[in-house]
Design a protein. Structure first.
Length: 170
């Protein structure tokens, strides 16, 4: 089964969740050729934002992702507020990783949202994606093998985008 993040983003948007897409899917929207199999988001952590996120996750039938398989859990705003850094979930539409405090110099939704751009990923489906430089910085800071593997591709993509901008007419 091919991963399709659009249903996840649709439900997040329908519930009014404030979030920024980060990670592999955000990189793919920027033009990265690397495959991804999940949606990574930095959500707003204000009380209203967590209520909206909990509603969306319940609509998606979110469960904790563990090595031994999905585990049912009651997800509400209080549960989400208690999560310090990361929450890995399995949903009916695919995996969702909530990064409350992603690796790198940016901290939380407000920082990530500052340079994010709005992009239409399907007809009438707009999302905010992290700036490519922020994704690169986060992957470098995380230092995981899969992130370090992606860096040359992402840096090359950043250079390609910059070169195109230099040659665009004003």
């Amino acid at each position: 089964m091919k991963f399709d993040p659009r249903p996840i983003c649709t439900i997040l948007n329908e519930e009014g969740v404030r979030y920024v897409l980060i990670g592999g899917f955000a990189a793919a929207v920027h033009g990265s050729p690397l495959p991804t199999s999940d949606v990574d988001i930095v959500p707003s952590r204000d009380d209203d934002g967590l209520e909206r996120l909990a509603r969306a996750l319940n609509r998606l039938h979110a469960r904790l992702r563990t090595e031994s398989g999905p585990v049912d859990v009651h997800i509400d705003a209080a549960f989400l507020k208690a999560m310090p850094f990361m929450l890995n979930l399995v949903t009916d539409e695919g995996d969702v990783d909530l990064a409350f405090s992603p690796a790198g110099p940016l901290d939380g939704y407000s920082d990530w949202n500052a340079d994010a751009v709005e992009v239409e990923i399907a007809p009438a489906l707009k999302v905010r994606i992290a700036a490519l430089d922020a994704i690169i910085d986060s992957k470098r800071s995380a230092g995981r093998a899969k992130d370090l593997y992606a860096l040359p591709y992402l840096e090359s993509l950043r250079d390609e985008i910059a070169a195109r901008r230099l040659h665009e007419p004003d």
